[in-house]
Design a protein around this ligand. Structure first.
Ligand SMILES: Cc1cc2nc3c(=O)[nH]c(=O)nc-3n(C[C@H](O)[C@H](O)[C@H](O)COP(=O)(O)OP(=O)(O)OC[C@H]3O[C@@H](n4cnc5c(N)ncnc54)[C@H](O)[C@@H]3O)c2cc1C
Length: 483
Protein backbone atom coordinates (compact mmCIF):
# COMPACT_ATOMS: atom_id res chain seq x y z
CA UNK A 1 0.00 0.00 0.00
CA UNK A 2 1.30 3.42 -0.90
CA UNK A 3 2.54 5.43 2.05
CA UNK A 4 1.57 8.67 0.39
CA UNK A 5 -0.88 10.42 2.64
CA UNK A 6 -4.10 11.40 1.03
CA UNK A 7 -4.22 14.97 2.23
CA UNK A 8 -7.64 16.44 2.41
CA UNK A 9 -6.42 19.41 0.44
CA UNK A 10 -9.30 21.82 1.00
CA UNK A 11 -9.14 21.86 4.77
CA UNK A 12 -5.41 21.70 5.28
CA UNK A 13 -4.59 24.16 2.52
CA UNK A 14 -7.06 26.74 3.75
CA UNK A 15 -5.93 26.38 7.34
CA UNK A 16 -2.31 26.95 6.33
CA UNK A 17 -3.25 29.99 4.27
CA UNK A 18 -4.49 31.60 7.48
CA UNK A 19 -0.91 32.04 8.66
CA UNK A 20 1.21 31.80 5.49
CA UNK A 21 0.48 34.12 2.53
CA UNK A 22 -1.56 32.13 -0.05
CA UNK A 23 0.98 32.72 -2.83
CA UNK A 24 3.46 30.70 -0.77
CA UNK A 25 1.14 27.74 -0.26
CA UNK A 26 1.47 25.99 -3.59
CA UNK A 27 -0.22 22.91 -4.99
CA UNK A 28 0.98 23.79 -8.47
CA UNK A 29 2.19 20.68 -10.35
CA UNK A 30 5.27 22.53 -11.62
CA UNK A 31 6.37 23.48 -8.10
CA UNK A 32 5.76 19.92 -6.98
CA UNK A 33 7.63 18.39 -9.89
CA UNK A 34 10.62 20.63 -9.19
CA UNK A 35 10.97 19.20 -5.69
CA UNK A 36 10.89 15.54 -6.72
CA UNK A 37 14.56 15.54 -7.61
CA UNK A 38 17.72 17.39 -6.82
CA UNK A 39 20.81 18.64 -8.62
CA UNK A 40 21.84 15.10 -9.53
CA UNK A 41 19.06 15.04 -12.15
CA UNK A 42 19.11 11.26 -12.25
CA UNK A 43 16.68 9.45 -14.54
CA UNK A 44 13.38 8.02 -13.37
CA UNK A 45 14.63 4.45 -13.58
CA UNK A 46 17.04 5.23 -10.79
CA UNK A 47 14.76 5.96 -7.83
CA UNK A 48 11.16 5.16 -8.53
CA UNK A 49 10.05 6.59 -5.22
CA UNK A 50 10.65 10.07 -6.58
CA UNK A 51 7.73 9.55 -8.93
CA UNK A 52 5.57 7.59 -6.52
CA UNK A 53 5.93 9.83 -3.48
CA UNK A 54 5.65 13.31 -4.90
CA UNK A 55 4.59 16.06 -2.54
CA UNK A 56 1.08 17.48 -2.67
CA UNK A 57 2.14 20.93 -1.41
CA UNK A 58 5.20 23.14 -1.59
CA UNK A 59 4.98 25.67 1.23
CA UNK A 60 7.36 28.54 1.87
CA UNK A 61 7.29 29.90 5.43
CA UNK A 62 8.76 33.38 5.79
CA UNK A 63 9.91 33.28 9.41
CA UNK A 64 10.28 31.05 12.44
CA UNK A 65 6.74 31.66 13.62
CA UNK A 66 5.24 30.60 10.29
CA UNK A 67 7.55 27.58 10.17
CA UNK A 68 6.53 26.55 13.68
CA UNK A 69 2.80 26.86 12.91
CA UNK A 70 3.29 24.89 9.72
CA UNK A 71 5.09 22.02 11.46
CA UNK A 72 2.37 21.96 14.11
CA UNK A 73 -0.38 21.92 11.49
CA UNK A 74 1.27 19.06 9.57
CA UNK A 75 1.54 17.10 12.79
CA UNK A 76 -2.15 17.71 13.62
CA UNK A 77 -3.12 16.34 10.19
CA UNK A 78 -0.46 13.57 10.26
CA UNK A 79 1.01 14.90 7.04
CA UNK A 80 4.56 13.92 6.05
CA UNK A 81 7.04 16.77 5.75
CA UNK A 82 10.23 17.16 3.74
CA UNK A 83 12.50 20.07 4.55
CA UNK A 84 14.23 21.46 1.52
CA UNK A 85 16.69 24.28 0.90
CA UNK A 86 18.57 24.52 -2.43
CA UNK A 87 18.52 20.77 -3.10
CA UNK A 88 22.24 20.79 -3.86
CA UNK A 89 23.25 18.02 -1.47
CA UNK A 90 21.79 15.34 -3.79
CA UNK A 91 21.33 11.66 -2.75
CA UNK A 92 17.60 12.50 -2.46
CA UNK A 93 18.35 14.24 0.84
CA UNK A 94 15.74 16.91 0.19
CA UNK A 95 13.32 14.84 -1.92
CA UNK A 96 9.95 13.66 -0.57
CA UNK A 97 9.80 9.97 0.30
CA UNK A 98 6.21 9.80 1.57
CA UNK A 99 4.47 12.61 -0.29
CA UNK A 100 2.95 15.38 1.83
CA UNK A 101 4.41 18.84 2.25
CA UNK A 102 7.75 20.11 1.04
CA UNK A 103 8.84 22.99 3.23
CA UNK A 104 10.94 25.23 1.02
CA UNK A 105 13.19 27.12 3.44
CA UNK A 106 14.44 29.72 1.00
CA UNK A 107 11.89 32.39 1.90
CA UNK A 108 13.52 32.47 5.32
CA UNK A 109 16.45 34.51 4.10
CA UNK A 110 16.74 37.44 6.52
CA UNK A 111 19.83 38.63 8.32
CA UNK A 112 18.87 39.46 11.90
CA UNK A 113 22.11 40.90 13.15
CA UNK A 114 25.75 41.39 12.19
CA UNK A 115 27.90 42.06 15.22
CA UNK A 116 31.42 43.14 14.16
CA UNK A 117 32.51 43.59 17.79
CA UNK A 118 31.78 39.97 18.65
CA UNK A 119 32.43 38.75 15.10
CA UNK A 120 29.10 36.97 14.76
CA UNK A 121 26.12 36.94 12.46
CA UNK A 122 22.56 35.82 13.14
CA UNK A 123 20.46 34.88 10.14
CA UNK A 124 17.61 32.74 8.91
CA UNK A 125 18.64 29.24 7.89
CA UNK A 126 17.21 29.56 4.37
CA UNK A 127 19.56 32.34 3.31
CA UNK A 128 22.01 31.41 0.56
CA UNK A 129 25.69 31.61 1.33
CA UNK A 130 26.11 34.05 -1.53
CA UNK A 131 23.69 36.54 0.03
CA UNK A 132 25.35 36.08 3.39
CA UNK A 133 28.79 36.70 1.87
CA UNK A 134 27.54 39.85 0.14
CA UNK A 135 26.02 41.19 3.36
CA UNK A 136 29.15 40.50 5.40
CA UNK A 137 31.38 42.06 2.74
CA UNK A 138 30.03 45.50 3.63
CA UNK A 139 31.52 45.07 7.10
CA UNK A 140 34.85 43.69 5.84
CA UNK A 141 33.80 40.28 7.17
CA UNK A 142 33.23 36.83 5.71
CA UNK A 143 31.87 33.45 6.81
CA UNK A 144 34.46 31.21 8.42
CA UNK A 145 33.48 28.06 6.51
CA UNK A 146 31.09 27.43 3.63
CA UNK A 147 30.55 24.96 0.80
CA UNK A 148 31.80 25.55 -2.73
CA UNK A 149 28.13 25.36 -3.78
CA UNK A 150 27.72 28.75 -2.04
CA UNK A 151 26.02 30.43 -4.99
CA UNK A 152 22.86 28.43 -4.42
CA UNK A 153 23.11 26.39 -1.23
CA UNK A 154 21.75 27.65 2.08
CA UNK A 155 23.18 27.96 5.56
CA UNK A 156 20.78 25.41 7.12
CA UNK A 157 21.66 22.80 4.50
CA UNK A 158 25.36 22.96 5.41
CA UNK A 159 24.53 22.64 9.13
CA UNK A 160 22.47 19.49 8.82
CA UNK A 161 24.66 17.80 6.21
CA UNK A 162 27.51 18.37 8.72
CA UNK A 163 29.65 20.82 6.72
CA UNK A 164 32.93 18.98 7.04
CA UNK A 165 34.65 20.13 3.84
CA UNK A 166 34.61 23.32 1.85
CA UNK A 167 36.03 26.81 1.72
CA UNK A 168 37.67 27.95 4.96
CA UNK A 169 37.14 24.62 6.73
CA UNK A 170 40.83 23.71 6.93
CA UNK A 171 41.70 27.06 8.49
CA UNK A 172 38.64 27.86 10.56
CA UNK A 173 37.00 24.56 11.40
CA UNK A 174 33.93 22.60 10.37
CA UNK A 175 30.40 23.96 10.68
CA UNK A 176 30.01 22.57 14.19
CA UNK A 177 33.02 24.60 15.35
CA UNK A 178 31.76 27.93 14.05
CA UNK A 179 28.09 27.83 15.10
CA UNK A 180 27.15 29.50 18.39
CA UNK A 181 23.47 28.59 18.48
CA UNK A 182 20.52 27.53 16.36
CA UNK A 183 16.82 28.25 16.70
CA UNK A 184 15.22 24.89 16.04
CA UNK A 185 11.63 23.91 15.22
CA UNK A 186 10.73 20.39 16.31
CA UNK A 187 8.20 18.13 14.57
CA UNK A 188 5.42 19.23 16.95
CA UNK A 189 6.13 22.88 16.15
CA UNK A 190 7.83 23.80 19.42
CA UNK A 191 10.71 26.23 19.07
CA UNK A 192 13.93 25.85 21.02
CA UNK A 193 17.24 27.69 20.99
CA UNK A 194 20.03 25.14 21.12
CA UNK A 195 23.60 25.98 22.07
CA UNK A 196 26.67 23.85 22.67
CA UNK A 197 25.69 23.60 26.35
CA UNK A 198 22.00 22.81 25.86
CA UNK A 199 20.61 20.14 28.14
CA UNK A 200 17.25 19.54 26.40
CA UNK A 201 16.03 16.64 24.24
CA UNK A 202 18.31 17.67 21.41
CA UNK A 203 21.99 18.50 21.53
CA UNK A 204 24.16 20.30 19.02
CA UNK A 205 25.67 16.97 18.00
CA UNK A 206 22.22 15.57 17.27
CA UNK A 207 21.41 18.40 14.88
CA UNK A 208 24.70 18.59 12.98
CA UNK A 209 24.53 15.93 10.29
CA UNK A 210 20.88 15.10 11.14
CA UNK A 211 19.57 15.51 7.57
CA UNK A 212 16.51 17.18 9.05
CA UNK A 213 15.06 14.10 10.77
CA UNK A 214 14.45 15.94 14.05
CA UNK A 215 12.93 19.07 12.52
CA UNK A 216 14.07 22.32 10.97
CA UNK A 217 16.91 24.68 11.72
CA UNK A 218 15.15 28.05 11.54
CA UNK A 219 17.91 30.49 12.49
CA UNK A 220 21.66 30.24 12.92
CA UNK A 221 24.10 32.31 14.93
CA UNK A 222 27.69 31.76 13.86
CA UNK A 223 31.15 33.20 14.06
CA UNK A 224 32.57 35.19 11.17
CA UNK A 225 36.09 36.19 10.24
CA UNK A 226 37.63 39.43 9.04
CA UNK A 227 38.49 39.51 5.38
CA UNK A 228 42.18 39.41 4.87
CA UNK A 229 43.89 41.98 2.75
CA UNK A 230 45.47 39.62 0.30
CA UNK A 231 44.65 36.49 -1.60
CA UNK A 232 47.00 34.35 -3.67
CA UNK A 233 46.94 31.00 -5.40
CA UNK A 234 49.31 28.10 -5.75
CA UNK A 235 48.71 25.44 -8.37
CA UNK A 236 51.04 22.62 -9.38
CA UNK A 237 50.85 19.65 -11.69
CA UNK A 238 52.36 16.28 -10.76
CA UNK A 239 53.08 13.16 -12.76
CA UNK A 240 52.18 10.71 -10.01
CA UNK A 241 49.45 10.52 -7.41
CA UNK A 242 52.10 9.75 -4.79
CA UNK A 243 53.87 13.09 -5.21
CA UNK A 244 50.61 15.01 -5.62
CA UNK A 245 49.16 13.68 -2.37
CA UNK A 246 52.45 14.22 -0.56
CA UNK A 247 52.42 17.87 -1.64
CA UNK A 248 48.72 18.17 -0.67
CA UNK A 249 49.44 16.76 2.79
CA UNK A 250 52.42 19.02 3.39
CA UNK A 251 50.35 22.12 2.56
CA UNK A 252 47.49 20.82 4.66
CA UNK A 253 49.64 20.23 7.72
CA UNK A 254 51.66 23.42 7.54
CA UNK A 255 50.40 24.96 10.77
CA UNK A 256 51.95 28.37 10.19
CA UNK A 257 49.77 29.03 7.17
CA UNK A 258 46.88 26.83 6.22
CA UNK A 259 45.25 27.23 2.82
CA UNK A 260 41.80 28.80 2.78
CA UNK A 261 40.91 26.18 0.19
CA UNK A 262 42.82 23.09 -0.92
CA UNK A 263 42.01 20.48 -3.55
CA UNK A 264 43.59 17.70 -5.57
CA UNK A 265 42.10 16.53 -8.84
CA UNK A 266 42.97 14.15 -11.60
CA UNK A 267 43.38 15.33 -15.15
CA UNK A 268 39.95 14.10 -16.21
CA UNK A 269 38.26 16.18 -13.53
CA UNK A 270 40.11 19.32 -14.67
CA UNK A 271 39.22 18.52 -18.25
CA UNK A 272 35.51 18.07 -17.53
CA UNK A 273 35.33 21.03 -15.15
CA UNK A 274 37.12 23.68 -17.24
CA UNK A 275 37.48 24.62 -20.85
CA UNK A 276 41.19 23.89 -20.73
CA UNK A 277 43.34 22.02 -18.24
CA UNK A 278 46.89 21.55 -16.91
CA UNK A 279 49.25 19.16 -18.64
CA UNK A 280 50.11 16.74 -15.87
CA UNK A 281 48.10 13.82 -14.50
CA UNK A 282 47.31 15.40 -11.10
CA UNK A 283 46.71 18.95 -10.03
CA UNK A 284 46.90 20.44 -6.52
CA UNK A 285 45.23 23.81 -6.02
CA UNK A 286 45.72 25.97 -2.91
CA UNK A 287 44.15 29.34 -2.14
CA UNK A 288 45.71 31.52 0.53
CA UNK A 289 44.05 34.48 2.18
CA UNK A 290 45.92 36.29 4.91
CA UNK A 291 47.93 39.41 5.60
CA UNK A 292 50.17 40.22 2.61
CA UNK A 293 53.34 39.00 4.33
CA UNK A 294 51.84 35.69 5.51
CA UNK A 295 50.25 35.11 2.12
CA UNK A 296 53.51 35.67 0.29
CA UNK A 297 55.36 33.36 2.73
CA UNK A 298 52.72 30.69 2.15
CA UNK A 299 53.02 30.96 -1.60
CA UNK A 300 56.82 30.72 -1.37
CA UNK A 301 56.49 27.69 0.90
CA UNK A 302 54.21 26.01 -1.64
CA UNK A 303 56.60 26.87 -4.47
CA UNK A 304 59.69 25.50 -2.65
CA UNK A 305 57.86 22.34 -1.62
CA UNK A 306 56.54 21.76 -5.13
CA UNK A 307 59.99 22.13 -6.68
CA UNK A 308 61.36 19.44 -4.33
CA UNK A 309 58.60 17.11 -5.51
CA UNK A 310 59.03 17.92 -9.20
CA UNK A 311 55.77 19.88 -9.32
CA UNK A 312 55.14 21.98 -12.40
CA UNK A 313 53.68 25.44 -11.73
CA UNK A 314 50.37 26.06 -13.45
CA UNK A 315 49.88 29.50 -14.95
CA UNK A 316 48.31 32.22 -12.81
CA UNK A 317 45.41 32.90 -15.19
CA UNK A 318 44.26 29.28 -14.87
CA UNK A 319 44.34 29.47 -11.08
CA UNK A 320 42.38 32.72 -11.05
CA UNK A 321 39.73 31.27 -13.30
CA UNK A 322 39.59 28.11 -11.25
CA UNK A 323 38.85 30.11 -8.11
CA UNK A 324 36.37 32.38 -9.87
CA UNK A 325 34.49 29.33 -11.13
CA UNK A 326 34.87 27.15 -8.04
CA UNK A 327 31.09 26.98 -7.51
CA UNK A 328 30.62 25.55 -10.99
CA UNK A 329 33.44 23.04 -11.23
CA UNK A 330 31.51 20.01 -9.96
CA UNK A 331 28.39 20.96 -11.89
CA UNK A 332 30.37 21.38 -15.12
CA UNK A 333 31.22 17.68 -15.18
CA UNK A 334 27.57 16.90 -15.87
CA UNK A 335 27.77 18.81 -19.16
CA UNK A 336 29.83 15.97 -20.65
CA UNK A 337 27.14 13.33 -20.38
CA UNK A 338 23.40 12.99 -19.90
CA UNK A 339 23.62 10.82 -16.83
CA UNK A 340 26.26 11.74 -14.29
CA UNK A 341 26.73 9.29 -11.43
CA UNK A 342 28.77 10.26 -8.39
CA UNK A 343 29.56 9.28 -4.86
CA UNK A 344 31.26 11.30 -2.10
CA UNK A 345 33.50 9.72 0.50
CA UNK A 346 34.92 10.96 3.78
CA UNK A 347 38.49 9.68 3.80
CA UNK A 348 41.10 10.22 6.48
CA UNK A 349 44.43 11.80 5.51
CA UNK A 350 46.44 8.66 6.09
CA UNK A 351 44.15 6.53 3.91
CA UNK A 352 43.87 8.66 0.78
CA UNK A 353 46.50 6.66 -1.14
CA UNK A 354 44.98 3.35 -0.12
CA UNK A 355 41.56 4.64 -1.19
CA UNK A 356 42.94 5.84 -4.51
CA UNK A 357 44.71 2.54 -5.22
CA UNK A 358 41.51 0.63 -4.59
CA UNK A 359 39.65 3.03 -6.87
CA UNK A 360 42.26 2.48 -9.60
CA UNK A 361 42.01 -1.27 -9.20
CA UNK A 362 38.21 -1.10 -9.50
CA UNK A 363 38.16 1.20 -12.49
CA UNK A 364 41.20 -0.05 -14.44
CA UNK A 365 39.11 -2.45 -16.54
CA UNK A 366 36.14 -0.13 -16.87
CA UNK A 367 35.01 1.45 -20.09
CA UNK A 368 33.15 4.35 -18.57
CA UNK A 369 34.65 7.83 -18.30
CA UNK A 370 35.56 8.72 -14.76
CA UNK A 371 37.01 11.57 -12.71
CA UNK A 372 38.18 12.21 -9.16
CA UNK A 373 38.21 15.33 -6.98
CA UNK A 374 39.61 15.59 -3.44
CA UNK A 375 38.59 18.57 -1.31
CA UNK A 376 40.33 19.11 1.99
CA UNK A 377 38.23 19.05 5.11
CA UNK A 378 39.57 19.95 8.52
CA UNK A 379 42.84 18.39 9.63
CA UNK A 380 42.70 14.65 9.17
CA UNK A 381 39.71 14.45 6.81
CA UNK A 382 38.89 14.88 3.13
CA UNK A 383 35.87 14.73 0.90
CA UNK A 384 36.65 12.62 -2.17
CA UNK A 385 34.13 12.77 -4.97
CA UNK A 386 34.18 10.11 -7.68
CA UNK A 387 32.35 10.69 -10.95
CA UNK A 388 31.13 8.26 -13.59
CA UNK A 389 29.89 9.73 -16.85
CA UNK A 390 27.22 7.52 -18.30
CA UNK A 391 24.87 7.45 -21.23
CA UNK A 392 21.17 7.92 -20.41
CA UNK A 393 20.20 5.20 -22.88
CA UNK A 394 22.59 2.72 -21.30
CA UNK A 395 21.09 1.79 -17.94
CA UNK A 396 23.45 -1.20 -17.81
CA UNK A 397 26.41 1.16 -17.74
CA UNK A 398 24.69 3.31 -15.13
CA UNK A 399 24.14 0.39 -12.77
CA UNK A 400 27.64 -0.92 -13.55
CA UNK A 401 29.11 2.35 -12.29
CA UNK A 402 26.86 2.23 -9.23
CA UNK A 403 28.17 -1.29 -8.55
CA UNK A 404 31.76 -0.02 -8.65
CA UNK A 405 30.88 2.78 -6.23
CA UNK A 406 29.15 0.24 -4.01
CA UNK A 407 32.36 -1.83 -3.79
CA UNK A 408 34.40 1.27 -2.99
CA UNK A 409 31.87 2.34 -0.36
CA UNK A 410 31.99 -1.02 1.40
CA UNK A 411 35.78 -0.99 1.26
CA UNK A 412 35.90 2.52 2.70
CA UNK A 413 33.59 1.65 5.60
CA UNK A 414 35.48 -1.55 6.34
CA UNK A 415 38.59 0.59 6.68
CA UNK A 416 36.90 2.85 9.25
CA UNK A 417 36.09 5.70 6.89
CA UNK A 418 32.62 6.52 5.60
CA UNK A 419 30.49 8.25 3.03
CA UNK A 420 30.45 12.04 3.05
CA UNK A 421 26.77 12.62 2.28
CA UNK A 422 24.04 10.20 3.34
CA UNK A 423 20.63 11.54 2.36
CA UNK A 424 18.06 8.89 1.49
CA UNK A 425 19.96 6.70 -0.93
CA UNK A 426 23.08 6.22 1.21
CA UNK A 427 21.25 5.59 4.48
CA UNK A 428 21.45 1.83 4.00
CA UNK A 429 25.27 2.01 4.36
CA UNK A 430 24.97 4.08 7.53
CA UNK A 431 22.59 1.50 9.03
CA UNK A 432 24.91 -1.34 8.11
CA UNK A 433 28.15 0.17 9.36
CA UNK A 434 27.02 2.47 12.19
CA UNK A 435 24.27 0.45 13.91
CA UNK A 436 24.88 1.92 17.36
CA UNK A 437 24.67 5.52 16.21
CA UNK A 438 21.63 4.66 14.09
CA UNK A 439 20.01 3.05 17.12
CA UNK A 440 20.61 6.15 19.23
CA UNK A 441 19.17 8.41 16.53
CA UNK A 442 16.16 6.11 16.06
CA UNK A 443 15.25 6.28 19.74
CA UNK A 444 15.47 10.05 19.66
CA UNK A 445 13.46 10.16 16.46
CA UNK A 446 10.71 7.96 17.97
CA UNK A 447 10.52 10.30 20.92
CA UNK A 448 10.32 13.54 18.93
CA UNK A 449 8.46 12.30 15.86
CA UNK A 450 6.57 9.11 16.81
CA UNK A 451 4.61 9.03 13.55
CA UNK A 452 7.83 9.40 11.54
CA UNK A 453 6.51 12.33 9.56
CA UNK A 454 9.55 14.57 9.17
CA UNK A 455 12.30 13.75 6.66
CA UNK A 456 11.56 10.07 6.81
CA UNK A 457 13.98 7.46 5.41
CA UNK A 458 17.12 9.31 6.39
CA UNK A 459 19.64 7.84 8.87
CA UNK A 460 17.24 5.69 10.90
CA UNK A 461 15.54 3.54 8.27
CA UNK A 462 16.28 2.81 4.64
CA UNK A 463 14.04 3.28 1.64
CA UNK A 464 15.81 0.61 -0.38
CA UNK A 465 16.03 -2.97 0.81
CA UNK A 466 19.71 -4.01 1.11
CA UNK A 467 19.15 -7.46 -0.41
CA UNK A 468 17.54 -5.90 -3.49
CA UNK A 469 20.44 -3.54 -3.94
CA UNK A 470 22.94 -6.35 -3.42
CA UNK A 471 21.19 -8.37 -6.11
CA UNK A 472 20.99 -5.38 -8.44
CA UNK A 473 24.71 -4.66 -8.14
CA UNK A 474 25.57 -8.34 -8.56
CA UNK A 475 23.59 -8.49 -11.80
CA UNK A 476 24.99 -5.14 -12.91
CA UNK A 477 28.52 -6.46 -12.48
CA UNK A 478 27.75 -9.50 -14.59
CA UNK A 479 26.08 -7.52 -17.33
CA UNK A 480 28.50 -4.64 -17.37
CA UNK A 481 31.50 -6.90 -16.72
CA UNK A 482 32.92 -4.77 -13.93
CA UNK A 483 36.01 -5.85 -12.06
C1 LIG B 1 28.77 22.19 -7.11
C2 LIG B 1 28.61 21.65 -5.73
C3 LIG B 1 29.58 21.93 -4.79
C4 LIG B 1 29.44 21.44 -3.48
N1 LIG B 1 30.40 21.73 -2.56
C5 LIG B 1 30.29 21.26 -1.31
C6 LIG B 1 31.27 21.54 -0.33
O1 LIG B 1 32.23 22.27 -0.58
N2 LIG B 1 31.12 21.00 0.90
C7 LIG B 1 30.03 20.23 1.21
O2 LIG B 1 29.93 19.78 2.35
N3 LIG B 1 29.08 19.96 0.31
C8 LIG B 1 29.17 20.47 -0.92
N4 LIG B 1 28.18 20.22 -1.83
C9 LIG B 1 26.96 19.53 -1.41
C10 LIG B 1 25.84 20.54 -0.97
O3 LIG B 1 25.91 21.70 -1.74
C11 LIG B 1 25.96 20.90 0.51
O4 LIG B 1 25.68 19.78 1.29
C12 LIG B 1 25.02 22.04 0.93
O5 LIG B 1 25.34 22.43 2.23
C13 LIG B 1 23.55 21.65 0.87
O6 LIG B 1 22.78 22.81 1.05
P1 LIG B 1 21.36 22.98 0.39
O7 LIG B 1 20.87 24.33 0.76
O8 LIG B 1 21.40 22.66 -1.04
O9 LIG B 1 20.54 21.87 1.18
P2 LIG B 1 19.55 20.75 0.59
O10 LIG B 1 20.29 19.92 -0.36
O11 LIG B 1 18.27 21.33 0.16
O12 LIG B 1 19.28 19.92 1.93
C14 LIG B 1 20.26 19.08 2.47
C15 LIG B 1 19.67 18.31 3.64
O13 LIG B 1 19.40 19.21 4.69
C16 LIG B 1 18.00 19.23 5.02
N5 LIG B 1 17.74 20.64 5.30
C17 LIG B 1 17.96 21.70 4.50
N6 LIG B 1 17.72 22.84 5.17
C18 LIG B 1 17.35 22.48 6.42
C19 LIG B 1 16.97 23.20 7.58
N7 LIG B 1 16.93 24.52 7.60
N8 LIG B 1 16.65 22.50 8.69
C20 LIG B 1 16.68 21.14 8.71
N9 LIG B 1 17.02 20.41 7.63
C21 LIG B 1 17.35 21.08 6.51
C22 LIG B 1 17.29 18.64 3.83
O14 LIG B 1 16.10 17.97 4.20
C23 LIG B 1 18.33 17.64 3.34
O15 LIG B 1 18.25 16.46 4.09
C24 LIG B 1 28.31 20.67 -3.14
C25 LIG B 1 27.34 20.39 -4.10
C26 LIG B 1 27.48 20.88 -5.38
C27 LIG B 1 26.41 20.57 -6.37
Amino acid sequence: MSETKNIEKGNFTEEVKEFIPPSHVSTDPYDIEATTGDLSLLPKYHYKFKEEFKATHVIRPGNTEELSKLMKKCREHSIPVTIRAAGSSCYSASTPTKGGVVIDMRRMDKIHNIDPANMTIKCDAGISWLRLIEALLEYGLGPKSYPTSYKSSCVGGFVVTSGKAGVGVLRNGIMKDVIRSVVFVKPDGTVETITKDSQGDLSFDDIIGSFGIFGAVAEVEMEVTSLNESMAYGGYGFNTFKTAIEFFRILKNNDTSKPFFLSLSDKSFEKYAHWTYPARAYFVFAVYSDTPSVTSQSVSFAKDTASKLDGLAVEEWYLKEKWRDIADTEVNVSRWCQNLVFQEYLVSDNRVEDFYNFYLEKTSKQRYRNAMYVMSGAKGENRIKLFGLSDIANSREFFGIKAVFNDITNYNYKNKDSLYTLGVVNTQYFLKYNPERADYLRKLKNKLDPEDLVNSYRLVKAKMRPWRLGLLFWIAKLLYKTA
